[in-house]
Design a protein around this ligand. Structure first.
Ligand code: FES
Length: 80
């Protein structure tokens, strides 16, 4: 199903990006271009993120809990 009509981004593509390690809205927006045109898809993108197990607060942290809740960007993780 197409989530972002303006950029023709499907939920499958968003889930694939999340599986590849992107777990914040900003990363998905930068890489896929979602919500950069009319912006009407933002809530749907966030819903797909939540359905994919990304933090419900959309902060980019997959699991909260003490010292492990370190927020790293996709690029920081790739460089590590
Ligand atoms: S539908 Fe995604 S930016 Fe317009």
């Amino acid at each position: 199903m197409i989530v972002c009509v303006c950029k023709a981004v499907s939920d499958r593509k968003i889930r694939s990006a999340i599986a590849d390690g992107m777990d914040s809205f900003d990363e998905l927006q930068f890489e896929l271009g979602v919500a950069l045109c009319c912006g009407k898809c933002e809530a749907s993108v966030r819903d797909v993120m939540q359905q994919s197990g990304v933090c419900a607060s959309h902060c980019g942290v997959q699991q909260h809990g003490g010292a492990q809740a370190v927020l790293l960007t996709f690029y920081e993780r790739q460089a590590a």
